[in-house]
Design a protein around this ligand. Structure first.
Ligand code: F6R
Length: 615
């Protein structure tokens, strides 16, 4: 959601800000804008629509020249997407400009107060309140005005601020909304995430809640919310700029699907040494972990689907009960937790508002929290008691693929690690499962190598309006992700069902085909061998009512399923608990090709945002 870029240096700021904004496009937005200090005043260009409109409006930045400025991509919350509501917003006296991510929850109260003081509001946004509140407190020192204003603001915010009375300095402050500062040679920058900075620097400062910065081209000063100077530690970004670029692929999503064997290897291999799982980052004592008697996995969207697979596997391996909760529900339903409950928060971005709130609630209730996160230094990583990072690299496509797969890989490691610690798995079984796990990248590559067949199947089905996914046990868990992937990028209505559940109502939606149209497409996932015959019976139930059947199965399931299917995708043989990692790649590719054939905006599907920072 919303993105911020701030730049101060010696060259024209506008092209650099526009470039940064285009790197943040993947986060999701519906309007964009830029402000620079030029000819002794603040000059704003903003519009509804895409960053390319800003490029046009500023003649690629050449028509808006200044050495210091701010940019923003807005994902509408308060007020529709429009030119007026787009950021930056100017204060009433037009001496201060602000860009803002997050939500100011008490904005109505503040707006009433300011209106009573004679302030006039031009937009419907909560952000305009912030800039006028800063003007209200401004008595010649902008830093103090920012501190005063933010003390009165409730909710979450990352604010970039510029004031024409202090034209060499950019200011920023944040609370519960990400903002990263980059220190470069002869210029300095800040942005909502690293992708906008990496072209200019790898030297990064992470800000904590309440931190305020004052940044010139040559200097960055850090303050706490009381305006006392503080020191910050410089971190180095490890990954290469090419990781955040398309590298010849038409879409980031396709590139990220292709990268999966490599990132799974990167996630697993440093944690497997001499035939043992070594989780250095898991700093809980063995004694604590042995006494854990309940696991709660809390997440949103695809990360929640990872949790469901983890539940099946971890319960089987460790016999510890595992509950999986949607973070948006968990945070409000008074979960029963104690010091022997370990809460696991899973998040690619590490900034998802509901997951972060659930993490804080879990800690408040006395549980310890482990997070599984991709973005280093993000809130969900920092606030957990410990974090296991997935090493997926930057994920740009809105629909997660490699983020999901690396999360799943970490849950395999964790399940096995706990089972070994608790003695619920024999040494032989532990070693066998571990060596099978190491084969995963190679097996995933084989699924990818089958992409032409999957593309062909998509060409048979891309005109369908309704698609059902069915499966049992791990296969059911994977249907959830297959269905979500399909609907988010191809806009085809689809639903996922436990195969045994379809006949309790939903089967009435299955329609017979005729000479013009095939019957309703049902995609059956049939890799869970113990329940294969049962899945097959469920497939027969829908097939006899006219459904068209596409099955995803393994070589072991092929003979049973082929007879009841119109088409089959065969994934490689693998250890049962890891088959979801293979089936999901087939389903990601299927969704990708379906969306491609339907001409959809694959990397940035309508209405969606990559980082969901509102509840
Ligand atoms: C779906 C997708 C979302 C995310 C969800 C959680 O493709 O990407 O469902 O999985 O918004 O995001 P993170 O993992 O960043 O907390």
């Amino acid at each position: 959601m919303c993105g911020i870029v701030g730049f101060t240096g010696r060259e024209n700021a506008t092209p650099i800000i526009l470039d940064g904004l285009s790197k943040l496009e993947y986060r999701g937005y519906d309007s964009a804008g830029v402000v620079v200090y030029s000819d002794n005043k603040l000059k704003v260009t903003k519009c509804k629509g895409e960053v390319k409109e800003l490029y046009k409006a500023t003649d690629d930045g050449k028509a808006l020249v200044g050495n210091i400025g701010l940019g923003h991509t807005r994902w509408a919350t308060h007020g529709e997407p429009s030119d007026i509501n787009a950021h930056p917003h100017l204060s009433n006296d037009e001496h201060i400009a602000v860009v803002h991510n997050g939500i100011i929850e008490n904005y109505q109260k503040l707006r009433n107060m300011l209106e009573a003081q004679g302030f006039v509001f031009r937009s419907e946004t909560d952000t305009e309140v912030a800039v006028d509140l800063i003007q209200y407190f401004y008595k010649g020192n902008i830093l103090e005005a920012i501190a005063e204003a933010t003390r009165r603001m409730e909710g979450s915010y990352a604010l970039g601020v510029i004031c024409d009375n202090d034209p060499d300095t950019l200011y920023a402050v944040r609370k519960e909304s990400p903002l990263i500062v980059g220190k470069a040679d002869g210029c300095n920058l800040f942005a909502s995430d690293v992708t906008a900075l990496i072209k200019y620097t790898r030297d990064i400062y992470y800000l904590d809640d309440g931190d305020i910065i004052a940044m010139t081209a040559d200097d960055i000063k850090f303050y706490n919310s009381e305006l006392q100077p503080i020191e910050k530690e410089l971190s180095k970004i490890e990954w290469d700029i090419s990781a955040a670029e398309k590298g010849g692929y038409e879409h980031f999503m396709f590139k990220e699907i292709m990268e999966q064997p490599e990132v799974i290897h990167k996630t697993l291999s440093p944690r497997i040494r001499d035939g043992r799982i070594v989780l250095d980052e898991l700093t809980f004592s063995d004694e604590y972990l042995k006494n854990v008697n309940k696991l709660y996995i809390v997440a949103c969207g695809s990360a929640y689907h990872v949790g469901i697979i983890a539940k099946y596997n971890i319960e089987k391996l460790t016999r510890i009960p595992v509950e999986v909760a949607l973070a948006s529900e968990f945070r409000y339903y008074s979960p029963i937790l104690d010091e022997n409950t370990l809460v696991i928060c899973i998040s690619q971005s590490g900034t998802t508002a509901d997951t972060l709130a659930a993490l804080r609630e879990a800690k408040r209730l006395g549980a310890k929290v482990l997070s599984i996160v991709n973005v280093v230094g993000s809130f969900i990583a920092k606030e957990a008691d410990c974090v296991l990072y997935t090493h997926a690299g930057p994920e740009i496509a809105v629909a997660t693929t490699k983020g999901y797969s690396t999360q799943l890989a970490v849950t395999y490691l964790l399940g096995l690690y706990l089972a070994d610690l608790k003695g619920t798995v024999t040494k032989e079984e532990y070693s066998r499962l571990l060596s099978e796990l190491e084969k995963l990248p190679e097996q995933m590559q084989k699924v990818i190598d089958n992409k032409e067949h999957i593309q062909y199947l998509a060409s048979l089905y891309f005109n369908n309006d309704d698609i059902f996914f069915i499966g049992r046990n791990l296969d059911y868990a994977i249907t959830l992700e297959g269905s979500l992937k399909l609907k988010e990028i191809s806009y085809i209505h689809s639903e996922a069902y436990a195969a045994g559940e379809l006949k309790h109502g939903t089967i009435s939606l299955v329609e017979r085909g005729d000479e013009h149209k095939k019957g309703t497409l049902v995609i059956s996932i049939a890799t869970y061998l113990e329940l294969l015959e049962k899945t097959r019976s469920n497939v027969e139930e829908v097939r006899s009512r006219g459904a068209e059947i596409l099955t995803v199965t393994s070589p072991e399931g092929f003979e049973t399923m082929e007879k009841v299917s119109d088409n089959v995708i065969t994934i490689p043989s693998a250890e049962q608990m890891y088959t979801p990692s293979l089936a999901v790649v087939a389903l990601q590719l299927f969704s990708y090709y379906m969306a491609l054939l339907r001409g959809c905006s694959i990397d940035k599907p309508r209405n969606l945002a990559k980082s969901v920072t509102v509840e």
